[in-house]
Design a protein around this ligand. Structure first.
Ligand code: DGJ
Length: 460
């Protein structure tokens, strides 16, 4: 049962020279008290490590690192136990309790592993005195030392200012504080020269607090904002998913601004090509043609179509792709004339397996080339490292190298959702060898799990 296996390695505590493994093995018949004691011991040790790391949050080696590492040996396979806590959680989610999985554990707010999935503030990525390392899943602070609020985000590289702008859902209000589910109070914007140090540029498209009939009223849904620059009009154009609280409006919204930091003026919402549209992204090609990609037909397929020259509408042209596959969270990038897309399955805020797709033309046909995730445990990979794709940032000057951006959603507290940024590469699966696959082979798209990594020196 691959889904129930997890090995946790903690290392980096100053008192440990080698990684220390904590293993649960369903094959061992542990008594309840033995298990409870082990769990308490594990938690205490985990706590100690976190405390140790918290006292010296930026000092590299002494910092706690918790990783989910690949389990090779039969003896180190782990099954999550169907504890009372797990059964209660399954009941709350109105699910039949089957074997507990990593995702079940992740979704359980009372899980003892909560801090592994959502590391505490002391381990935050801090640009003020940090070391340039990305730490996927850790809180990420901006230059004012506040947690970055740019969920479901996308990045624009602005040639004019040679600056990166990160736009995303600004969710910094306690869940349910005003109107229940909806907690996006606008589109947050952050700027950076190095993709690591981010300055808060404010909310560039605020929610409307008064007018209940407005698309941007706080009771509605605003997700996955994307900004592209239009060379013809000199305007920055924002596209986003606009919806009602029950996701029945299923539309895209369009806003326009004179500068990357706005303010953006909201123009309208529409159903592209007359179809329902939920998760979406936009992709601007080398020739200046931009495309809207959106989940449609109740998320059962994706649609792609070019935008008008001013990027303020869609053209009538549209292709249905990945029909019946039920994919969402699309993000597109291009390498050596081939288009690639990463998507997730549709499981609400819960993580699931990522897939990569490729095509020779934006309008298809698109072919699925498999799960791009590499490293970590099997279950961790199959849950896209407990995250969901949102964007892929090209690294100019590093052909075939990208930064994969994903969200580790915290459904119980969406404003504390985390960012999972990882290196993505595109490479030839055949290497230097000569053989014939007998069918068209796409280059391999790889997203590598790293608990800590950074960009090459020249880029920092
Ligand atoms: C998954 C989507 O990718 C998110 O953007 C959000 O719409 C959630 N579903 C809502 O359940």
């Amino acid at each position: 049962m691959a889904d129930g296996r997890l090995k946790i390695l903690t290392h980096g505590c100053s008192s440990y020279k080698k990684p220390t493994a904590f293993l649960w093995n369903a094959g061992y018949r542990w008594s309840r008290s033995g298990m409870a004691l082990s769990l308490v011991g594990f938690l205490l040790l985990l706590q100690l490590c976190f405390v140790a790391s918290g006292t010296n949050a930026v000092s590299g080696d002494s910092q706690l690192r918790v990783s989910l590492s690949q389990v090779e040996e039969e003896n180190s396979q782990v099954h999550f136990h169907r504890t009372k806590r797990f059964l209660q959680a399954a009941k709350r989610r109105q699910r039949q309790p089957g074997p507990a999985t990593l995702v079940d554990e992740f979704l359980d707010e009372n899980s003892p592993l909560r801090r592994v999935f959502f590391p505490e503030a002391a381990t935050a990525i801090n640009p003020v005195n940090g070391d340039n390392y990305y730490r996927p899943g850790n809180i990420w602070l901006d230059t004012d030392v506040n947690p970055i609020q740019a969920h479901g985000g996308g990045v624009l590289y602005d040639e004019i200012s040679s600056t990166y702008y990160w736009y995303g859902e600004y969710r910094d209000v306690p869940q349910g504080s005003t109107t229940g589910r909806i907690d996006v109070i606008g589109v947050g914007c952050y700027s950076s020269k190095d993709l690591w140090t981010w300055k808060n540029e404010g909310i560039v498209l605020p929610a409307d607090m008064e007018n209940k009939t407005h698309d941007l009223h706080i009771s509605n849904v605003l997700e996955r904002p994307r900004v592209i620059y239009n060379e013809i009009t000199g305007k920055y154009v924002m596209w986003m998913h606009i919806d009602t609280g029950n996701y029945s409006k299923a539309s895209v919204g369009i806003a326009i601004g004179d500068s990357p930091t706005g303010p953006f003026q909201y123009l309208r919402s529409l159903r592209p090509h007359g179809r329902d549209s939920r998760d979406m992204t936009v992709f601007k090609d080398d020739d200046g043609v931009a495309y809207l990609i959106y989940s449609s037909q109740s998320n059962s397929e994706l649609h792609i179509g070019p935008l008008t020259d001013d990027y303020l509408d869609v053209q009538p042209d549209m292709q249905r792709i990945l029909v019946g596959l039920r994919r969402e969270a699309p993000t597109v990038f291009k390498y050596q004339g081939i288009y690639y897309m990463i998507t997730s399955a549709c499981t609400g805020w819960a993580p699931n397996e990522a897939l990569a797709h490729a095509a020779e033309s934006m309008m298809g046909p698109w072919e699925t080339i498999g799960d791009p995730c590499i490293g970590g445990t099997n279950t961790f990979r199959l849950a896209a490292f407990l995250s969901q794709s949102t964007f892929v940032i090209p690294l100019p000057g590093s052909p075939g190298s990208y930064v994969f951006m994903a969200d580790r959603w915290n459904p119980a507290q969406l404003n504390d959702s985390r960012y999972v940024w990882l290196p993505l590469t595109v490479g030839d699966p055949a290497g230097p060898f000569e053989f014939d696959f007998g069918f068209p082979s796409w280059p391999r798209v790889s997203i590598y799990w790293h608990q800590k990594w950074r960009l090459p020196l020249g880029r920092r």
